[in-house]
Write a protein that binds this ligand. Structure first.
Ligand code: GDG
Length: 460
């Protein structure tokens, strides 16, 4: 059996329970341990001189292969085209797209360079699984080097509707590059449909649909497959982590300072796609319309920093600071602050235990490929006394978690109403909703996601 080669922009540091070990890292690492293999990507270092060689670190059957990027490559490939062009476009924010030809050239150049670094490590029967929007041209680059292995791609973020994708200059080259993969995986059916629609209407390609199998795509002289594989979590592990963390110091502090008040909670990277400003306003609207809620409920927003060297991220941070200050100034009392906004990262067990404490998980992105926080919140609950998930219709997770209270994140009043409903929901209803969602998370855990993708990638 061939090895599995994972390629992602960043290689996740595998320290169990460490801050960065999310569902994806753990799920993919499991597969690597089973088959043996390599995890290749950027080390996270930005260098002043070009790196001499890949750094290889063996951990049992897994080799971590990492390499640094020089400042110009980081600026053009990562900060520029990936995060200032593709990220906003794929999250339906053409107003935030910044496009620069040199950055696009840098993006393609870095993809070719990374492919050339990986190629010598490959064996003929290896299966290569590439992750996310930073690496769209990666298969094309490997093919140019004569690599014949199976290569799959999973897109963690939404695939935009054609009319949005058209706003990215060079969109056609990007889709042509995607067609150099053997299998494309999307989070949801609408993402798959958006891709298929582009292929048919913009690229003159054709599609063959088979029941319960990937769509067969013919475009740009290539034949490939495409399907939706919704990513999951390991709910039992999150539940255990949450239970173990209950007695931890941070959780006890939160409990003590709540003084029996109810807790609404959110965790997101500080990103404009996550709908944080609208969420703060919805909490304010709840206070406004329902004075009884004042001093009886607190909202904890944990939003660790991310991509702070991209302009749009500085803007959203300032906006949030202003909003939380304004709302707290309006409603805070001597013994109560309505919004606790924390711009910092916490350890995974602490987050899981806080999720379990929270009466409401308030997860309202404007767009999100999946949103693992929603799945982690449900997983962490005590099944005998679970909290309620309020979830945006624009998170991929809403297609599965139908027993959540589904909201439109642009409808501030609607979100405030959903919060009130969640805070007052009777125990029987909370239990029934939670039971349905937990069963689904178990059936579609991260191993199922990975195994389904790899099965289709390996199938001829
Ligand atoms: C992309 C797509 C898709 C957050 N803060 C802390 C922390 N986290 C963890 C969460 C969760 C993960 O990070 C975030 O995952 P999300 O899915 O919510 O969002 P993105 O980062 O945007 O992820 C998304 C995902 O890829 C997977 O395919 O679902 O749609 O955008 O696991 O718990 N973890 C720790 N400390 C924090 O402060 N330890």
């Amino acid at each position: 059996m061939g090895r599995l080669i994972i390629v992602s922009n960043r290689v996740a540091p595998i320290s169990e329970g460490g801050p960065a070990a999310g569902g994806l890292a753990v799920g993919v690492y499991d597969a690597l341990k089973e088959t043996g293999g390599v995890w290749f990507g950027w080390s996270g270092d930005v260098l002043t001189v070009p790196p001499e060689a890949i750094k290889l670190e063996e951990q049992g059957p897994v080799t971590f292969a990492t390499i640094g990027l020089v400042r110009r490559d980081y600026d053009q490939y990562y900060r520029g085209f990936s995060n200032a062009t593709l990220w906003p476009a794929f999250h339906y924010r053409p107003d935030l797209i910044e496009f620069d030809r040199d950055e696009y050239d840098g993006y393609c150049r870095v993809n070719r360079w990374l492919a050339a670094q990986l190629a010598p490590l490959l064996r003929p029967d290896d299966v290569i699984w590439v992750h996310d929007y930073h690496l769209i041209p990666f298969a094309q680059a490997l093919r140019e080097l004569g690599v014949k292995n199976r290569i799959g791609f999973f897109l963690h973020i939404p695939f935009p509707a054609s009319q949005i994708l058209l706003s990215v200059p060079r969109h056609r080259e990007l889709v042509e590059a995607l067609c150099a993969f053997d299998l494309l995986g999307f989070q949801t059916e609408p993402d798959l449909h958006a891709f298929c629609d582009y292929v048919e209407t913009e690229a003159g390609g054709t599609l063959t649909r088979h029941a319960a199998k990937p769509v067969e795509v013919r475009a740009f002289g290539k034949t490939l497959k495409a399907a939706a594989y919704p990513i999951g979590v390991y709910p039992d592990e999150v539940r255990a982590l949450a239970k173990d963390g209950e007695s931890g110091r941070d959780v006890q502090t939160v409990k003590a300072t709540l003084h029996q008040r109810k807790l609404v909670m959110s965790v997101d990277r500080l990103d404009y796609s996550k709908g944080l400003v609208e969420r703060f306003r919805a909490f304010e609207r709840l206070m406004e319309h329902d004075p009884q809620q004042r001093n009886n409920v607190s909202f904890l927003q944990i939003a660790p920093p991310t991509r702070s060297d991209v302009d749009a991220y500085r803007d959203i941070r300032l906006q949030l600071e202003a909003e939380s200050g304004r709302i707290n100034g309006r409603y805070a009392e001597l013994d109560w602050t309505p919004i606790r906004y924390i711009h910092r990262q916490y350890e995974r067990p602490v987050l899981a235990a806080l999720f379990r404490e929270a009466h409401v998980g308030f997860v309202t992105p404007l767009r999100d490929g999946m949103n693992l926080v929603a799945k982690e919140y449900v997983s962490a609950q005590d099944p005998d006394d679970p909290g309620v998930l309020v979830l945006s219709q624009f998170a991929g997770a809403a297609r599965e978690l139908k027993a959540a209270l589904i909201v439109n994140p642009l409808d501030i009043d609607g979100m405030a109403e959903a919060l009130a409903t969640a805070l007052a929901m009777p125990l029987d209803e909370r239990r029934a909703r939670h039971r349905e969602m937990y069963a689904l998370l178990r059936d579609n855990n991260v191993s199922v996601w990975r195994d389904n993708f790899l099965r289709d990638l390996k199938a001829r």
